[in-house]
Design a protein around this ligand. Sequence first.
Ligand code: ATP
Length: 392
Amino acid sequence: MASVSLESVSKVFAGDVMAVNNVSLRVNDGEFLVLLGPSGCGKSTTLRMIAGLEEVTDGRIRIGDRIVNDVAPKDRDIAMVFQNYALYPHMSVYKNMAFGLELRYGGNSLHRTWKRLTSPTEAANLAAKRRGIRDAVRQTAQALKIEHLLDRMPRQLSGGERQRVALGRAIVRQPAVFLFDEPLSNLDAKLRLETRRELNELHQRLSTTMVYVTHDQTEAMTLGERIVVMNHGEIQQIGSPMEVYDRPETRFVAGFIGSPPMNFISGSLASEGDELSFVAGGVKVVFGEMQEQILAILGKKQAVELGVRPEDIGVEKSETDGDANCGRVSLVEPLGDCKLLHVAIGSRREINKLVCKVEPRANMAKGDCVRLRFYVNVHLFDAARGHNLTLD
Ligand code: ATP
């Protein structure tokens, strides 16, 4: 096992494409770290640099204590699992899984030497190595429930089985670090869920350092001990799943994590007597306890964006849609375990559309007038730079 450190790492591709910009992070020994971000944010390039499949333009990468910038991929003690399995099509499942170990023990020469049988001691050594490989493959296959597939060829497997074989091939080598590049994206929803659970169990069992790339925030939240959120080649935030969810440092993180996403409303701050509030077309949020904190960081009437998650808005029926925070339900989406209400607030000149999560049997229908309550968990973002102004 080993830690992985990136120290001010950048990658510029031909044509001045800055794919990764000055990224520094440390994956602790035994940690499951997820790199999360939209397509093109540089997460795969970061992973490929750790694997040695992409050269580093600037900065240093360490695996354990060793700087690996100039170390060949095969000598980095890593195993990588890709989205598209990349199994050897002409080899059985057993051979696919055993191949890496055979290479480590001498590859083809193992076979040739075996045939020559130079001395009884050598023959005994080779037999022990072969037994070791066989046992390792069988144990791993058993753990992944693919033991019955060992004699099949990759073309005779389903997508889920192939991905398990690809995982098995990586596990059997017992690398210091596992690197996963969207390994579940080709699986259907049910298999993705199952394999995600297996990956979680696998990490608990092996406690090996794992770095996992995905654009799927649910995968990131459920698998990662910490999540690195990336955008435009840069790190936006590193934190535990609940840290990035509850305390997003930027508007980007706030909007990227959470489904349905956080609601954003553009508006300004207004003070009336001692009371400071956020106002925007039909919406008024009084800050109460947060007031002092907000006043300390803001000049009044600064342009800000309010961010509030769908589950942090209370909804009750109302007689009218004209008062502050009152509006009309424009759409109801029943999801089984909850309902999503789309509520339009404000006048035609300035209308705000918010999504609210309510209990599954809430008696509300399209066209109903509702009053919204904003609980304490609201965020204010600097409209120009997107920084969260409400974090300590
Ligand atoms: P995805 O989820 O779509 O794979 P990603 O976040 O993994 O996206 P990268 O594959 O790391 O993104 O790509 C980051 C940026 O670098 C993108 O703008 C991409 O177009 C660019 N890029 C990647 N590989 C190359 C290459 N070989 N040559 C030039 N530009 C590249």
